[in-house]
Design a protein around this ligand. Structure first.
Ligand SMILES: *Cc1c(COP(=O)(O)O)cnc(C)c1O
Length: 362
């Protein structure tokens, strides 16, 4: 039976590629001739270990990670990383730089301060409601790391290029744009991403950690809050979120083998964003909320002339098979999340609908 699927612009959990869902469906009752679902086998079975290792290997290849990096799969979402990072990397007397570019950065700063860690905000775009990415940043010379949020899911901004922090390791929350484009990973001490935006379902957080950062981890941490625990055991210290990791593996296989890797993925993401921002810029009716040079290619945030029109826009879009267009409850307006899995055809359907809606209501 053919499922009746909509164009899904949800911010997270978000759309997955249809071929990925179909592959999971096809192998669900009998995974590779085992007579069992992958959700029914031991996390220490050779079947699951192959899944986990393939997910790690594909991530390594896609991001061109060198031997210094480990790829881990943790629980607790991106939000647990907000406290694990300062716990693992800041000893007494040490400090870290944070750049505040929105809701998620603000939460990361708050968690570090709850732990009484010394963290300073070296740049912020709060003065204009986080509608841009700060440029000139004076890093603290002895900072243990610099924390940034690469894509601001709620505010619709994204670092066009990463800042040069010299010898200070970058630590980045890439929850909403990991594996959407190429970048030089060697500058990063740690990268983390809740999977449910760009690379899989909820329930697993990918952590990429460099060996010099692992060597900073104190031995006094609770076992489950130490990166060392998971790095030493290939993410198999305790039962990991097996099904979420399996789904990530299938998404990575699609990204590498069907799309062809990060260069074609980035080109497609750029094209989708150009089509959508192009439509917004060509109209007086729709207005983008982020500065042009800081716009996100993943989360396109925009306003209509009134809140009433925004409500009707979201409702009528849904009636036309276009879902998930409501802005985050903290900012209002509209937002189209167009992560890796979103096809160009979905964006074109949205732009068609926007033109029709404007004609009727503009
Ligand atoms: C969604 C999101 C988070 C929170 O992720 P959880 O997995 O729900 O903890 C953190 N950072 C960014 C950038 C996000 O988009």
């Amino acid at each position: 039976m053919k499922a009746n699927r909509i164009h899904n612009f949800n911010p997270g959990p978000a759309a997955l590629p249809l071929p990925v869902l179909e592959e999971i469906q096809a192998s669900f009752l009998d995974f590779e001739g085992t007579g069992m679902s992958i959700t029914e086998v031991s996390h220490r079975s050779k079947q699951f270990e192959a899944v986990l290792n393939d997910a790690v290997d594909r991530t390594r290849r896609l991001l061109q990670l060198d031997d210094r990096f480990k790829v881990l799969f943790l629980q607790g979402g991106a939000s647990l990383q907000f406290c694990m990072i300062p716990m693992n990397f800041l000893r007494d007397g040490e400090n870290a730089d944070y750049v505040n570019t929105g809701t998620w950065s603000t939460k990361a700063i708050k968690e570090a301060r709850i732990l009484n860690k010394q963290v300073q905000v070296v740049a912020s775009s709060e003065d204009r409601n986080f509608s841009y990415i700060p440029r000139e940043i004076a890093f603290t010379p002895d900072a243990a790391y610099v924390h940034i949020t690469s894509n601001n899911t709620i505010k619709g901004t994204q670092w066009p290029a990463f800042p040069d922090s010299g010898a200070i390791p970058l630590v980045a929350d890439m929850s909403s744009d990991i594996l959407s484009r190429r970048f030089d990973a060697s500058k990063f001490g740690l990268i983390y991403a809740g999977a449910q935006k760009n690379i899989g379902p909820a329930g697993v957080c990918m952590v990429i950690i460099r060996d010099d950062m692992l060597s900073r981890v104190p031995a006094t941490l609770p076992t489950m809050l130490s990166y060392t625990t998971f790095a030493d055991k290939n993410s198999l210290f305790n039962t990991p979120p097996c099904f979420a990791i399996y789904t990530v593996q299938i998404v990575l296989k699609w990204l590498e083998d069907t799309i062809g890797g990060l260069a074609p993925m980035a080109a497609l993401n750029r094209r989708k964003a150009d089509v959508l921002y192009g439509a917004i810029d060509a109209s007086e009716f729709y207005r983008g909320t982020a500065d042009t040079d800081s716009r996100s290619l993943m989360n396109v945030t925009f306003r209509l002339p009134s809140e009433d029109l925004e409500k009707r826009f979201v409702a009528q879009a849904m009636e036309n098979g276009l879902g998930g267009l409501k802005g985050h409850r903290s900012v209002g307006g509209c937002r189209a999340s167009i992560y890796n899995p979103t096809p160009l055809a979905a964006v074109e359907a949205l732009v068609d609908f926007m033109r029709t809606f404007e004609k009727k209501n503009g």
